[in-house]
Design a protein around this ligand. Structure first.
Ligand code: AMP
Ligand code: MG
Length: 479
């Protein structure tokens, strides 16, 4: 038995004390040869962990699920979800929650292995993951964090020394995911579909206590929970649009009630601005396209409201009235969050009527010219907008002067809202292809660059370039 105490594990297992319907005990599969690929020492420090307290080989054993941290009670979580509009009962088919790390500052974080082998919810899946998609989640989730977008984090990627079989054999891997929690809209739907009111109430009370403790004393804490989750989702999706992120598979099981971006599958960042941008090979109808994300989030919240109805009021009609009133606030809350985010990108200090229109004119012009989203906003910051935007620039300057600012000051203010670097798809793909050949240098370079996305560093200038014209990027769900 290896002594893992020195790593700083401080586990609790509050989810495993919830009603048994919500989870199944699980055990990570034995694997041939765990090897470390990426270890996130900075994140570990924030969690009160020291990954250097043990050898990389021992750390790999932990993150492959071969040796459990002291106090771990591994479980797979039950949930359901609307996938592309159709309701399905799911659950962690390829993920195991080890426990909850209590960090030094007092916060509680789920520590979950993704790809550790089958669970009670695996159906016909193998419960495994391939290296490429796990590295992709690591790179993109850490980039999102550095961009200031709420997200699950990535603590480690290890290979298992075994092949996983997709359309061809791939290197098997396990990602260690850190989340404020893994409670999804679909977790509520799972109990609501079973008409399991006592357990639904237990889950709602747990969620309030864990994520929204200030609501516990509210006259109607369940309606207040719905409002709070809606507001966090509105803020989250506004942030996605401000960095050009397309989640790709916004099913209700991929919507976290604490408002973090979760379940990185066929996601991608846009290069050229296109509101209809879709990357997922199976999203034919564009259900989860860039500009559809606010609307689909409201649709997902409607499913959340339905699940909560019996808790909101014992009179069904009254419950629907109350929930509908909250749900109808979503478009305004989203518009407020989006306008605030875009105002920051335009370097504006105060809020004025017409700001949303000024932003939309800018975006329409990018769309018409096929201009790069990230680089165009950064060009505003750097004072290098092209001549095609001359008329718009004059309007922008007039708007800036109207609040008593200079364009130089506004550009300076916009610096912190307009990233230089995003994880561009062609660069991520290039890095993952090299990693599959056991060359991690491009992945490590990408991580170093994306850790400080607002800094202009000449050594990473190549990562600012959009892909060659005509490149069409597609992502695949079969991860
Ligand atoms: P995701 O695409 O990660 O949101 O997964 C959707 C559902 O499919 C979840 O219930 C997963 O647990 C399940 N799933 C995905 N891949 C696998 C796999 N290789 N083995 C078992 N279940 C899986
Ligand atoms: Mg999912």
């Amino acid at each position: 038995m290896t002594d893992l105490g020195a790593m700083g594990w401080n586990f609790d297992n509050s989810y495993a004390r919830l009603p048994a319907a919500l989870f199944a005990r699980a055990e990570p599969a034995r694997v041939a040869n765990p090897r470390p690929v990426l270890l996130n020492h900075a994140l570990a420090r924030d969690l009160g962990l020291s990954l250097r307290a043990v050898s990389p080989e021992v750390a790999a054993g932990v993150f492959a699920g071969q040796v459990l941290p002291p106090g771990a009670e591994p479980i797979a979580q039950a949930y359901a979800g609307h996938q592309y509009g159709g309701f399905t009962v799911l659950g962690d088919g390829r993920a195991i929650l080890l426990g909850e790390q209590l960090a030094p500052a007092g916060a509680r974080f789920d520590v979950q292995l993704k790809g550790p082998g089958p669970t009670a919810y695996s159906r016909r899946g193998d419960g495994r993951a391939a290296l490429g998609p796990m590295l992709r989640e690591y790179v993109i989730s850490e980039a999102m964090h550095a961009l200031g977008v709420p997200t699950t984090r990535s603590l480690a990627v290890v290979t298992t020394g075994e092949a996983v079989y997709r359309d061809r054999p791939l290197r098997g891997a396990v990602l260690t995911r850190i989340a404020a929690s893994h409670i999804r809209v679909g977790t509520f739907q799972f109990l609501a579909a079973r008409r399991d009111l006592p357990n639904l109430r237990a889950l709602a009370d747990y969620t309030v206590a864990r994520h929204y403790p200030h609501l516990a004393g509210d006259a109607n804490p369940y309606l207040a929970l719905f409002r709070a989750v809606s507001e966090r989702q509105a803020a989250l999706v506004a942030k996605w649009l401000c960095v050009g992120f397309v989640h790709g598979v916004l099913n209700t099981d991929n919507v976290s009630v604490c408002g973090e971006t979760i379940d990185y599958g066929p996601c991608a960042f846009i290069d050229g601005y296109d509101p209809d941008a879709v990357f997922s090979s199976i999203d034919d109808g564009g259900r989860y396209a860039y500009a559809n994300q606010p609307g689909i989030t409201q649709w997902n919240l409607a499913r959340f409201a339905e699940a909560l109805l019996p808790l909101i009021d014992s009179d069904g009609t009254r419950a629907v009235e109350l929930a509908t009133e909250e749900l109808n606030r979503f478009p305004n809350v989203f518009e407020r969050e989006w306008t605030a985010g875009m105002r920051a990108k335009l370097g504006l200090r105060t809020a004025r009527d017409g700001d949303a229109e000024l932003t939309r004119e800018f975006l329409n012009s990018l769309h018409a010219n096929g201009a790069d989203f990230t680089n165009s906003f950064r060009a505003l910051t750097e004072g290098t907008l092209p001549a095609t935007l001359r008329a718009w620039s004059e309007k922008w300057e007039a708007r800036v002067l109207a609040e008593g600012e200079t364009p130089t000051a506004a550009r300076e203010r916009s610096r912190a809202a307009n990233p230089v670097l995003i994880p561009r798809n062609h660069r991520v793909e290039e890095a993952l292809a090299a990693a599959e050949r056991e060359d991690l240098s491009a992945t490590e370079r990408l991580l170093a660059a994306l850790a400080k996305p607002f800094e202009e560093r000449p050594e990473f200038a190549d990562l600012r370039e959009p892909p060659p014209p005509g490149t069409c990027y597609r992502t695949f769900c079969g991860t």
